[in-house]
Design a protein around this ligand. Structure first.
Ligand code: SF4
Length: 199
């Protein structure tokens, strides 16, 4: 039987609701877990209060309160952002990395890993397309990683024949380890399912 669009929407909302409800642990709120999760995966251009506010679809004031509590508990440090001296960059501390090993959001990761690989791939593509439509309709930023971003360029080759990557948006070289980090300025590239959804 074909799944109706409404049943899919209800399932996605229910997944979010249950995951949110599991997010009261270790004395943190679901929003604080979301901030730690985001900031541990965000790239150097995106580890700010305003970027987290956009990612979490909340106001800058609310995001600021969330971050303030995490700084006070020693889970985040504020440093100056080199590309923008006016805004503070947020860095997760070793204590935060330790607590992230007990992230209640891992329940959803475990549920996803119970699916066979083919079902996971189909689900990932479908969810990415859903997200693309929602992001466009609600005028939100898509967020994503360099490997499927339109701004990623190969500028040459290193000594061992490895490609050198640059971000055309920021005009900065990227380390290979940064390519899988989440970015606020992500623009879906041609290989992205989000892009394919609108082509
Ligand atoms: S290539 Fe795209 S995702 Fe990567 S840093 Fe640049 S804008 Fe961000």
């Amino acid at each position: 039987m074909e799944a109706s669009p409404r049943s899919i929407a209800e399932l996605v909302v229910q997944l979010g609701r249950i995951t949110h409800g599991c997010g009261y642990s270790e004395g943190l709120s679901p929003a604080q877990w979301s901030a730690l999760r985001y900031l541990s995966r965000a790239n150097r251009f995106s580890r700010t209060v305003s970027a987290f506010a956009e990612f979490h679809a909340t106001t800058r004031g609310t995001a600021s309160q969330t971050v303030k509590g995490l700084v006070a508990r020693g889970y985040l440090n504020r440093t100056r952002a080199p590309h923008d001296g006016r805004s503070a960059r947020l860095e997760v501390t070793d204590n935060a990395r330790a607590i992230l090993a007990r992230d209640p959001g891992e329940a959803l990761v475990r549920a996803a890993s119970a699916l066979p690989p083919s079902a996971r791939n189909r689900l990932a593509t479908g969810l990415e397309r859903l997200l693309g439509h929602l992001v466009q309709g609600c005028h939100k930023r898509p967020f994503g990683v360099c490997t499927s971003c339109a701004h990623l360029e190969v500028t040459g080759w290193g000594r061992e024949g490895k490609p050198r990557f640059e971000c055309a948006f920021f005009g900065e070289l990227l380390e290979e380890s940064e390519l899988a980090q989440v970015c606020i300025n992500f623009e879906p590239g041609k290989d992205s399912a989000m892009k394919r959804a609108f082509s």
